[in-house]
Design a protein around this ligand. Structure first.
Ligand SMILES: [Zn+2]
Length: 236
């Protein structure tokens, strides 16, 4: 056992009847963690989710459930708490993270992404962040080349069972996003295009529809937080 400190974000707190709780955490140094908040820890309502900060905890050797000591938010991110356009997106982002990453699976890019929400255009950084989750966890499909005939896909592709197809080869049941979705995805691996491209909330939803279709297919489970996201994002 070792007492450790790391930059971290708490993204979920599951409470129990006896007033103890389990916190789900992304940490910069140790990846995804689960932490036990004992009954004796009385200030659970004071623990903020979706805001970067510093986590102090006891890492257990024999179990994945570590012991929580404290979490101190970085006050330079305090707007994350008061800006629904950020917290709503981070809620979806971390729901996807939770699905795709294993306990203690590290990814330092995540920290860079979440610290950028305060300076970046929300729709753009959110899409890029979710794209990076898919790519870095090894789940991103190749959207440039048809999985069947190998031709380059410029504008229109279709997703079926984790693979991307050109218009000619796409199975009838495939999911076909709006034509500009491919252009937005291309910008994720092209800095100059990324800088120039404008993404509004409608564009964001079009790309997310494709990503969520893919995530639900590979995890074989509905991503309920996305339904809520779509309901709320235009009303905030
Ligand atoms: Zn093809």
């Amino acid at each position: 056992m070792e007492r450790l400190v790391s930059d971290a974000v708490i993204y979920k707190i599951t409470k129990y009847a006896d007033n103890s709780a389990i916190a789900s955490v992304y940490s910069y140094d140790y990846g995804k963690l689960k932490l036990f908040l004992p009954k004796a820890y009385s200030n659970k309502s004071g623990i903020h989710t979706f805001i970067p900060g510093e986590l102090d905890f006891l890492k257990k050797d024999t179990t994945n459930l570590n012991k929580f000591y404290s979490f101190r938010i970085d006050t330079s991110y305090v707007e994350y708490l008061s800006t629904p356009a950020i917290s709503l997106r981070l809620s979806l982002y971390f729901d996807i993270f939770d699905r795709l990453y294993d306990i203690e699976q590290q990814d330092n890019v995540i920290w860079t992404i979440i610290t950028k929400y305060k300076t970046a255009e929300y729709s753009k950084i959110n899409l890029f962040g979710i794209y990076a989750l898919l790519k870095n966890s090894g789940h991103m499909f190749n959207f440039n080349v048809c999985a069947e005939c190998g031709s380059i896909i410029q504008e229109q592709g279709s997703l079926y069972m984790g693979q991307y197809f050109c218009e000619k080869c796409a199975p009838e049941e495939a999911y076909t996003p709006k034509p500009y979705v491919n252009t937005i995805m291309r910008a994720f691996s092209n800095q100059e295009l990324y800088r120039k491209i404008k993404v509004n909330t409608y564009d964001e939803i079009s790309v997310l529809d494709l990503f969520v279709n893919h995530i639900e297919n590979i995890t074989e489970k509905e991503l309920k937080s996305y339904k809520l996201f779509k309901e709320l994002i235009f009303n905030i």
